[in-house]
Design a protein around this ligand. Sequence first.
Ligand SMILES: [Zn+2]
Length: 94
Amino acid sequence: MGLENLSENEKLFIGLPFLIIGIFLLGMFLKTKYEKEVEVSKCPICKESYEYAKLVDGLCPKCKIKTIDMNVYYNIKKNKYIQIYENLLKKINK
Ligand SMILES: [Zn+2]
């Protein structure tokens, strides 16, 4: 059986799963690309954000110190704010 014996609709029907797989693969590709771009690290001194992949050993090109992963950076900040807030509450409650 050759493809030339099939009608246009039948060809389309056979092509459809390949199209879906193609879109799926494209989606996966874009997703990994996006996730790589999201991998940003921040310098604790100059507060500059850098794309981690572009840094040498994760060092800030300006300050030459180790940058912190964006998520870690904001977690530290968040914890600091929580601490400040809790201390403030303690003071108010006194
Ligand atoms: Zn820096």
